[in-house]
Design a protein. Structure first.
Length: 643
């Protein structure tokens, strides 16, 4: 081998080994396992380029969206100057500064605390926020950013001082307390090991600096079992496709952190978070996933997302059970994907088909109801419904429950003109004995003062039904959040005032018990003679999901994002989103209610400059997802296609 070639090979080897030795550590290696929420953007330039090629990206750049986009930027800047952004850094500020990963994390640095007498876990007011940015080769730009941050923070009245962070020179800003603030806001910044670190907890940011020196935290997030399981499942399903976004959340800990950020839980009465923990729902140890834009063999997927909810067998569960107490209701068996029922109209916003073990769920919800009531009321109520001379005298456990099938379908659409009540939803449960269920349900409805019998026009003539007026949703619910099928479950009390279902309606069609939020949607279903299964966009989504592995699933969903978004768009445009009774509106209100239980949410962003819906709809394509129940969790895969 010529000396010159040997020298070149040696130089390449040295360069390669040097790049490995001095490459910045991934944020998941530096963050501790006390991280409760995590979002990583491995390559923001790649993400931006791919997003811009999607229809959503085209919409964001469209001339019609400019007034709204510029106004939103203005509003965010105003909130920044008013202290609205805790660390004083926006994505736009990082342009020209980042060289690789951008990661944001919410942490709960203090261990769980327990009551010495009862052994119950106490409210933990510990919380922290961290931003980690790879600035390899961008030190001057990062230093310039710190100067800009200094100007922003000082303008907010912050007092700057120098501080040692893990032995490294950093800066600290202390903000004056504002009215209503429980804690004084503090922000720390330091540049070390080719990374910009920003946080609001000195112990946490110091530990990150220490981890940088060691190459990894002593107990890193990356080695945390739930995180590792979630990411490995998603990476395996992705087949080597590098994600544009990676995310993770430990659901109960994340809710506690959000509460702590708001100054702790303020409302008296039943704490639903604690209730769910005590009922075994903590078996959901973590959820997360990966998101890609403009993906697929022919870039046919505008958005491709995969997520996994990690819920291994609870060691406290009874033999033969996966979970304990009320959490046993989480039984979603897999089954072959079936054609939508014939009564499902082609014109709808969303269609969801899933499997649920009704027999076991009824037994296991007893524990949840009793826990919520702080009393053994479930059996008493069932007995009263059966024996009370003034009641319906129906034996629900024996007259109804045994004849409920495992297949459940939910559809939604939008009634025009758009109002806060425009999103209409219908749930259908497949029955194994129609006559017995009808006899029992009709007997209950005849005894219900708010119910009245009605006749509706159907495709095959008159249909007997029932209308229930002004039915309040009084029971606590679980709100599912996240891309596609949610892997993070957040419990929150009802926002005040209680939601009411206008003119709810019930009937039976074929082998299905139909329960609709609106009489008008039930009428639409009964008159329908169309076939969703033959709709071109449904077929396109079905083909895409089949190609991605859909075959034997517990959940299967199809949606038209334009119709699904119509209510949200109009509520935002007219600044009525807090009043919206859509699923998204209620989800936002429930999540916001964490720490604000006694308040009514106000819309924080002015959407009045949004263009009319007709200008937005052409950019919103059909979408769908499927979920496979696995031995230790649920794997979700979903897509949004170009329209």
């Amino acid at each position: 081998m010529p000396p010159s070639l040997r020298l070149a090979i040696c130089a390449i080897c040295v360069a390669a080994s040097s790049s490995v030795a001095f490459a910045v550590a991934p944020a998941a290696d530096l963050l501790p396992e006390s991280t409760k929420g995590f979002i990583s953007l491995p390559d923001f330039d790649e993400l931006s380029a791919r997003f811009d090629e999607t229809q959503l990206g085209e919409l964001a750049q469209h001339e019609d969206m400019k007034p709204f986009a510029e106004d939103i930027v203005k509003q965010f800047k105003e909130r920044l100057s008013d202290g609205g952004v805790k660390l004083g850094i926006k994505i736009d500020d990082l342009k020209g500064v980042y060289a690789g990963e951008i990661a944001v994390a919410l942490l709960q640095p203090e261990p769980d605390q327990f009551d010495e007498k009862t052994g119950k876990k106490l409210d933990n007011h510990s919380h922290a926020m961290m931003l980690i940015v790879d600035i390899t080769g961008k030190l001057p730009q990062a230093q310039a950013l710190l100067k800009k941050i200094e100007q922003n923070q000082v303008e907010q009245g912050a007092v700057k001082s120098s501080v040692k962070i893990g032995g490294i020179d950093g800066v600290k800003y202390v903000f004056p307390k504002k009215k209503g603030e429980v804690e004084q806001r503090i922000a720390y910044y330091v540049i070390n090991a080719d990374q910009l670190l920003a946080g609001d907890n000195l112990d946490v940011i110091s530990a990150i600096v220490k981890a940088q020196a060691a190459g990894k935290a002593a107990a890193p997030l990356s080695a945390f079992k739930p995180y590792a399981e979630v990411q490995s499942r998603c990476d395996k399903a992705a087949g080597g496709l590098a994600p544009n976004i990676r995310w993770f959340g430990e659901p109960f800990g994340l809710v506690e952190v959000l509460r702590a950020q708001s100054g702790g839980r303020k409302k008296r009465g039943k704490d639903l978070l604690k209730l769910l923990e005590s009922e075994g729902f903590e078996a959901i140890q973590g959820g997360g996933g990966v998101v890609n834009f403009n993906a697929g063999p022919n870039k046919e997927y505008d958005i491709l997302h995969r997520s996994f909810a990690y819920a291994p067998n609870d060691p406290k569960a009874e033999p033969g059970d996966r979970f304990m107490l009320g959490a046993r209701v989480m039984d979603f068996p897999n089954a072959p994907v079936e054609t939508p029922p014939s009564w499902v109209p082609e014109e709808l916003a969303t269609y969801l088909d899933f499997r649920f073990d009704m027999q076991d769920a009824f037994k296991y919800c007893k524990s949840i109801v009793n826990s919520y009531a702080d009393d053994e009321v479930f059996d008493e109520v069932m007995q009263s419904l059966k024996d009370d001379n003034l009641g319906p005298q129906v034996d629900i456990p024996n007259d109804i429950v045994p004849y409920l099938g495992q297949r459940v379908v939910q559809i939604s659409d939008c009634a025009l003109p758009v109002t806060p009540n425009s999103e209409r939803r219908l749930v259908a449960i497949q029955l194994t004995d129609v006559a017995k269920v009808k006899a029992a349900v009709w007997k209950i409805l005849k005894n219900e003062p708010n119910a009245e019998p009605i006749e509706l026009e159907g495709a095959e003539g008159k249909v007997e039904a029932w209308k229930l007026e002004e039915v309040e949703e009084e029971l606590p619910t679980l709100t599912i959040v996240g891309p596609g099928f949610s892997t993070a479950m957040v419990a929150a009390p009802q926002p005040a005032p209680a939601q009411k279902l206008p003119n709810m309606a019930i009937t039976i069609r074929g082998k299905w018990l139909l329960i609709s939020s609106h009489v008008t949607l039930l009428e639409k279903v009964l008159k329908s003679e169309s076939d969703l299964a033959k709709a071109a966009d449904y077929v396109a989504v079905q083909d895409a999901l089949t190609a991605l592995g859909s075959k034997n699933d517990s959940f299967y969903q199809f949606g038209r994002t334009d119709e699904a978004y119509r209510v949200t768009h109009e509520m935002l445009r007219t600044n009525q989103m807090p009043q919206s009774k859509s699923l998204l509106g209620e989800a936002i209100n429930r999540i916001w209610a964490i720490g604000h239980e006694d308040e009514i949410r106000q819309q924080e962003l002015d959407g009045s400059k949004l263009p009319p819906f007709e200008q937005v709809a052409p950019f919103l394509g059909p979408a769908g997802f499927f979920v496979e129940t696995q031995a230790d969790g649920w794997m979700e895969t979903g897509v949004t296609l170009r329209k």
